[in-house]
Structure formats: C-alpha cells, structure tokens
Design a protein around this ligand. Sequence first.
Ligand code: ADP
Ligand code: MG
Length: 694
Amino acid sequence: MTLETSIEYVKGIGPEKAKLIKSVLGISTVDDLLNFFPIRYLDKSKVHKIGELSDLSTDVQLKGRITNIQEIQTGKIKRLSARFNDDTGSMDLVWFQYSKWLKEQLPVNQEVYIFGKVNVFNHQFSMPHPEIEAEEKKDTEKRLRPIYPSSEKLTKRGLNQRFFQVVIKNICREIPNLIHENFPDYLMKAFKFLSRQHTYLNIHFPKDMEHFEMANYRLKFEESFFFQLGFALKKLHHKTHTAGNPFPVIGNYFNDFYENHLPFELTGAQKRVLKEIRMDMKRPIQMNRLLQGDVGSGKTMVALLTMLIARDNGFQSCIMAPTEILAQQHYNGIKELLENTEVRVRLLTGSSKKSERNVIHAELESGELSILVGTHAILEDKVKFKNLGLAIIDEQHRFGVAQRAKLWAKNKIPPHILVMTATPIPRTLAMSFYSDLDVSVIDELPVGRKPIITAHRKEKDRAYVYDFCREEIRKGRQIYFVYPLIEESETLDYRNLMEGMENIMDNFSKYNTTMLHGKMKPDEKDAAMTYFASGNAQIMVATTVIEVGVNVPNASVMVIESSERFGLSQLHQLRGRVGRGAEQSYCILMTSDKLSKDSRTRIRTMVESTDGFKISEVDMQLRGPGDILGTQQSGVVDFKKLDLVNDSAIIRTTKNTVEKILEADPLLTRPEHQIIKNYYLRNYKGKNKWSKIS
Ligand code: ADP
Ligand code: MG
C-alpha cells in the first residue's frame, strides 16, 4: 500500500464502496482517506456520574446498574424502558426500536458501562439507545473514538461511522510505511511537534485530548507552513526571474512638482510608503506591490508621485479604476494637480468618444501622453503604449487575475504594478492571500482630520436626525443620504430609494437635492456628481454607487438608511465619503427597531471604531474569510485544518519560520532542508498555480 493506492484496495472497502465514497466525499486514494479528518470524538476514556453531568452536548460514558425493564405502549408505539442507577442518581434508558433478543439480553442488576447522549425532559435525564458493555474497557479501547463527516446517502448504504472507523484503522496500521517526516529535527525540537506518524495516528484515534491537541496543532502548522512556503518561493522566484524596467532617476518632473506644486506636506506614512516604492522600482525587477490605506489616507498623491518617477525615467503610466465615476475623479484630481506642469494626462473610459480615443491611441503610441487614467477600457488590445512602465490599479478587489495579466502584456518588459486598496483586510488574510505581493501600508491620516462621529439612530428619531442635518446645512455643509440597492430585491429597493428621495425633498424643500444611482447613464451620473461637488446641491441621495472613492470635502454628514442591511466593509467605505475636509463630520446609521445579533454587532463596531483594520477583523469573524475576499477567490482560503479567523498566532509563527529558513537557505539546498523541499515538490508543486519553484 502506498499513499497513491486507490481506496478500493483497502481492506473492507472494495470497488463498489470505493465508487460511492469517491462520488459523495471526493476521496479516492489512501492519502485522501488519511486526510479525511474526524469532526469530533467520542470520549470513552472517562466515566461520568449522573449527579455531576454538566455538558450534555457530547456522548458520555456512565457506570452503574440496570433495573426494572419494562415495555410501554403509548397508542400504537411501543418502547422498551429500563432504569439505570449509579451512586449519584438515576435515569431512564429508552429504546424505540428493539428486538426480542435485546429485551432478553439486557444485563440486569450487574455492573455495566453505558455510553450515549443524555437528553433532558421534564428535568429528568434519559438516554436513548445506549451502547452497553459489561466490562471495563482495556486501555487501548479507551481511546477517543472518531466521528467522521458523513451523509445520509452513505449511512443508508452501510457506510456508517463504524465502517469508517474500521477502514481508517486498517490504514493506520500501515502508517509506518506510509507517513514520513517532513520537518527537520531542529524544527521538531523547537516546536515540540509530535512525529508525523503519531500525528496521523492521534488525529484519527487520539490517545487522549492532549494528544489530539498536539496532532491538531501540527496539522495546522504544516498546512500553513507549506502554503506560506509556496508563496515565499514564488516571490523569490519572481524577484530573481521577472525582469522590470529600473527607474534609477528622481528627476525634474518629480522634483519640480514636489517643490512647487505639492499642495500640502506629505504625512510620515506617505513618505515611508513612497520610499518603499522607490526602492522597488530602482531595481531591474518588476515591482508587485499592494498599497493599503484607509479611506482618505491620501493614496492618490502617492500614486501621482510614483507616476512622476516613471516619467522622469522616460516611461508612461496608467491608473485604472473600477468605475467611470472613480476614473473621472482621479482624472480631475490629477489634472488639477498637474495643471502648471508639462506632464500630459488623459482619460479613457467606455464612454470616451471615438474622436477622443483616436487622439489617445495616437498620443500613447507616440509617447506624448505620460499618464492615462481610465477604467477597464485601458485593457483593450487597441490601447497600445510606447513604453508603459507603471500600472496602478485602484480598488483591486474588483479586478481579476486575468485582467492583471493583460496589463502585464502591455510592454515587453512588464510594467511595475502598484495595487491600491482602501479595504483593509485582516492580517491573517493579507499574510496568506496577498503573500505574492509586497505590502505597503499608509497607517496615518493627514493632520487636522477630526475623527468622524458615528451614531446609531432608529426610525422614531428621524425628525431629530433631519433637524440635525438642517443645522449642518445652515453651517454650509453638505449631506449624503445612502440607500441600499441589492440585486435580489432591486425593484423594492428602487422604490424605497424614490420614496426616500421624495421624503427628503419634502423635508428639505428649501434646499437642492440631487440623486445618483446605478441605473443612470454615465453622463447623467456625471451631471449629478458635478452638481453636488460644486455645491449647487446641499443633499445627495444615492445608492452605494458612491461607495468607492467619491471625494467632496465639504460633505460632512453621511446618513445611511437601513444600515443593518449593509456589510461592515461597505459601511466603512461609505463612512469614508465624509470626514475629508477640515470640518467635524458625522455618520448616522439609521436602522429599524429590531435588529439581528449580527446586525447589532456590525452597528456597534461602526459606532465604536474608525480603524479600518479593526473593522475588517470583526467583519471576517462575522462572515468568514471566503466572503471577505469575494467568491472568485474564496478557493484560496479552503484550508482543511487551518482557520484564518482563529489561528492567527500559527499563521504568524509559520510565516516567520518560513522567512527565516529561506533567508538562510533560499534554494533549500542544505541537507537538513531536503525533507521540506522534497515534500513540497511532491505535494504542492504544480497543484497551486501560484507555486512555481525550479
Ligand atoms: P484615498 O486614500 O482614500 O484615495 P485621497 O487620495 O482621495 O485618499 O485623499 C483624501 C484627501 O486628503 C484628498 O482631498 C487629498 O487631497 C487629501 N490629502 C492627501 N494627502 C494629504 C496630506 N498629506 N495632507 C493633507 N491632505 C492630504
Ligand atoms: Mg482613492
């Protein structure tokens, strides 16, 4: 038997059952079956007392005597009942299905061990269908008994827990031939790991809970370790194999702008991040960097300065945004900043006119145009650069891997890539999911910003909320009202939005209101946005179209309607639309009176914190890691044992361990690292598209 052997040949399985197991559980080899882990264990190592039962969630073992067997008939249903006593109390044992044989064989008035789940009914304990054994078990049988994930389909065809326990036990006998160590001695000692063989034995048939914990820890560690190793190797490989255009020069374009046109002093974090980017782009290796910074932290300025460095080195840049509005805003902002410089910038989106496009295409190919701002339209094959040296992607979670690849192909030597995101993601996710990128973080807001005050208000408070808004408008501020618009209930939401709009126009009749939603045409959206941004309208009623990036510094109040229907990261994004100017800003979360537990947690988190990273942690606890990354990437976090929400300590430790190993031995050539390398090559190489090692 080897790990690759089909389970068909495992004692007790055979071709028919093997087929069934494969179709239901996707298990086809001995290796798969060894990695089919129990979901819980039955503990027969302890004997409990009836008088001291506390945790009724798991099966328990009791020792005592059976008395008083009787058959009871209620209506058509007959059941067998017996009394069971130990020296602390008594309970009923009940069988709803039983044979004559059972009735006659029940050992009365002698000491027995019973095992099963305890129910409580009318303050009385009872145990349905207990297992009964007359003698104390031998030590080896006292081991915890594994319970495997199962399904009705399997159980019905006889593939029950007993079956899995037996066949996996059969495989476990072969473990000395099947399982080999994959960590060197020094790691084994440093982390006091169980050997790999004992890990597998104890994950299936733990000697006791302590051994289970040790086995479980090692499996989580291994999973995280080899995952991190894959990413780290890929990163190393990238750094030694992917050429990039070196940008050694900081020249006139950058210096002139920095000295004469920069409207404010950069924050310390902006300076630090810029330095990290510069160090990357100096080298003849492609940069792949993620720039994380909360809303309003000033990523756009970092992007612009980076593009000026590209210009100084004779290269073009592009910056790509997920929506037209965002692209437009980037364009407006950048154009204004570059007003008195010689750097040329243009905007390309899906709604650019043909004549504009022709000019853009021509200027890109001649090299006249230095900076192209746009949407996905930039990716089209027709868009050819003379020498694209830098591509900046804003809000990258909306772009897929394939689209990133298209950008790469825009130059023979791929452009440096800077990905910007305002959605802070939890550390554990960043460490695993973004391991192929270097990460820079802007963790400081520009000075003078006052933290946004957030309040939770209910329908009955609406009049006060409106009074408050009118007061702010009188002070010269502007207000957003945001309504949810979610696919499934689109019509209803749309009606709510329209009703909300009317209601607001009634209540704020002295002021101008404008509206923005996804069904509007691009030029209508533009007009509405401009109307609000220029201060002609005091109120903007909108859906989440304004979620990303929209920048109107004079807007100081964000009212989010039905806020219990928004996710945490969305609420955080929306709140980031205010607090962009010098004035005190407010976010008011309107909800209905009754809230689910999760909604309450979300609202409370928003009221208590403005730290995007903290909010993302709570978000992950509520939604799980897969949902945070979005469906297209959720496969990346399909771990068997590792839990991204609760195992952050393990993830941190493995990351450090991998880094230390590769720092000392980047090609894993040292003798003690051969088992790591071989295991990795056998099990991971080629299986994950991100792990290339040569
Ligand atoms: P985001 O990181 O959300 O994209 P922006 O780049 O839009 O943030 O910046 C938010 C606002 O802060 C803009 O109005 C910008 O001009 C301003 N800003 C950026 N950096 C600084 C700074 N160092 N000092 C003062 N204001 C700044
Ligand atoms: Mg931005």
